[in-house]
Design a protein around this ligand. Structure first.
Ligand code: ZN
Length: 119
C-alpha cells in the first residue's frame, strides 16, 4: 500500500511500497515529517527525517524505493538462474552416473519385455 494519499500529515509518517519502506539516505531511519505540515502531501513535498533532521523530497524517497525494488527483483532472478543451473548440472551428473537410466523417458517396448523376463 502506497502512502501517498491526499490529506494533512502532522505526525511522522512512513513511505512504503510493497514490503519496501522508504529510508533516510543519511541515517537510514524510516520516518519523516512534512516540512510544511499544513500542506497536502505530494511528490514535490519536502520531508525532514524524523531521526536526524536531513531534508529530502518525497519524490526522492519514492525513487529510492523503486531502485531498491528493481535491485531486489534482479537479485531474485539471478538466484533463480543459479538454482536452475545447479539443477541442470545435478541432472547431468545423474545421467553420467547411471548411463542406462534415461530420466523422463519411457522404456522402449523391448526393454519392457526384458524386465518381465528378468522377474
Ligand atoms: Zn535521517
Amino acid at each position: 500500500m502506497y502512502a501517498l494519499r491526499s490529506g494533512i500529515y502532522r505526525h511522522a509518517m512512513r513511505i512504503q511500497y510493497g514490503h519496501i519502506r522508504g529510508w533516510c539516505i543519511r541515517c537510514g531511519a524510516t520516518e519523516f515529517n512534512l516540512v510544511k505540515p499544513a500542506e497536502e502531501l505530494t511528490l514535490r513535498s519536502k520531508l525532514r527525517c524524523a531521526a536526524c533532521g536531513a531534508l529530502t523530497l518525497h519524490r526522492e524517497v519514492t525513487y529510492r524505493i523503486g531502485d531498491e525494488a528493481v535491485r531486489q527483483a534482479n537479485d531474485a532472478i539471478a538466484q533463480l538462474k543459479r538454482r536452475y543451473k545447479r539443477q541442470r548440472e545435478r541432472l547431468a551428473r545423474l545421467r553420467e552416473e547411471l548411463p542406462s537410466v534415461r530420466l523422463g523417458e519411457r522404456p522402449a517396448a523391448g526393454d519392457r519385455k526384458q524386465q518381465v523376463v528378468e522377474r
